[in-house]
Write a protein that binds this ligand. Structure first.
Ligand code: NAP
Ligand code: MN
Length: 266
């Protein structure tokens, strides 16, 4: 394996952040690392900011399978992906320069809209109504009709995304060691015309979920991949699967998934 020594920092280029980066860069230069501007030349990608910035960093660099990702926070400890700060940055650098370093692998979902090029999501896919009217979705599991949903929308979350939007909709928190994805409802209507399960459900990695929109001519759904909106007018079908693609992150003592969940919520 080539030496893991090229770091790309991903951050929002604003004065407030840039002013705080000097000590970070100094530490990097003390170790045997190069800071590279182009992420394609990097084998370590470090986001600076919160979880939202980490999600962006992974998406904008194309879910690199040959790179390690890490999240650096400038203060907020209530964060799922960002468990490095100036306090433990040395540990991070020492760990990633070690051969045989252990990595954590976060499963991601693969989403194909209308048969177009697939996209990966680290947190979740959502389909939501953008107007006061509801949307209607036919839900299929492995091509078999499961339910017809009517309401504000649905969230299809990865294990690490389960602590985000999914949790706000009463979804469970899933251990990322379980390669699976979870479907949660956003305000479903339940009556004699429309009936949904009413609870979240978790699908095994090997299953395929298909959502088909039932249009009535006055529906305006929006699709999101993590924190990015996917601009599309007409949704025929959305297919969700899970392959072997993962996001690799640095594994240190005291930063297990459940340590982070405790730190965030308890
Ligand atoms: P945002 O509106 O700033 O995010 C909302 C909050 O979710 C932020 O505090 C963010 O942390 C946090 N977050 C992101 N990923 C998380 C995760 N895996 N576990 C726990 N918390 C997480 O937008 P954003 O920062 O770009 O993040 C996008 C995410 O926001 C979406 O992927 C979605 O999960 C979530 N979201 C939640 C709701 C809701 O709960 N009602 C609605 C819309 C979107 P930081 O402050 O550290 O960035
Ligand atoms: Mn944010």
């Amino acid at each position: 394996m080539t030496k893991r020594n090229n770091i790309h920092f991903y951050y929002h280029n604003c004065e407030e952040i840039v002013n705080k980066l000097e000590p970070l860069f100094e530490l990097v230069n003390k170790h045997d690392f190069n800071i590279v501007d182009n992420h394609e030349d990097a084998n370590v990608i470090i986001s600076i900011g919160g979880d939202g910035v980490f999600l962006e960093a992974v998406r904008k660099t194309g879910f690199r399978q040959d790179a390690i990702y890490a999240g650096f926070t400038l203060g907020n400890l209530s964060s799922l992906y960002c468990d490095f700060s100036l306090e433990n940055f040395n540990d991070l650098l020492e760990t990633i320069s070690r051969e045989g370093m252990k990595v954590r692998k976060f499963p991601v979902i693969k989403v194909q809209v209308n048969g177009l090029r697939p996209f990966y999501c680290l947190n979740e896919l959502t389909i939501r109504s953008t107007i006061v009217k509801t949307i209607v979705l036919d839900v299929f599991i492995d091509e078999r009709h499961f339910e017809t949903f009517r309401g504000d929308g649905m969230v299809i979350a990865t294990p690490t995304g389960s602590t985000a939007y999914n949790k706000s909709n009463k979804g469970a928190i899933i251990d990322p060691l379980i390669p699976s994805y979870q479907v949660s409802e956003i305000s479903s209507m339940n009556n004699n015309n429309y009936r949904t399960l009413g609870s979240s459900f978790v699908l095994d990695k090997s299953r395929k979920l298909t959502l088909k929109e039932i249009e009535d001519g006055n529906d305006h759904p929006i699709i999101s991949f993590d924190n990015e909106a996917f601009p599309i007018r007409k949704i025929d079908k959305i297919e969700i699967t899970m392959d072997d693609t993962v996001v690799k992150t640095v594994r240190l003592k005291n930063n297990s998934y459940w340590d982070r969940v405790k730190r965030m919520f308890l």
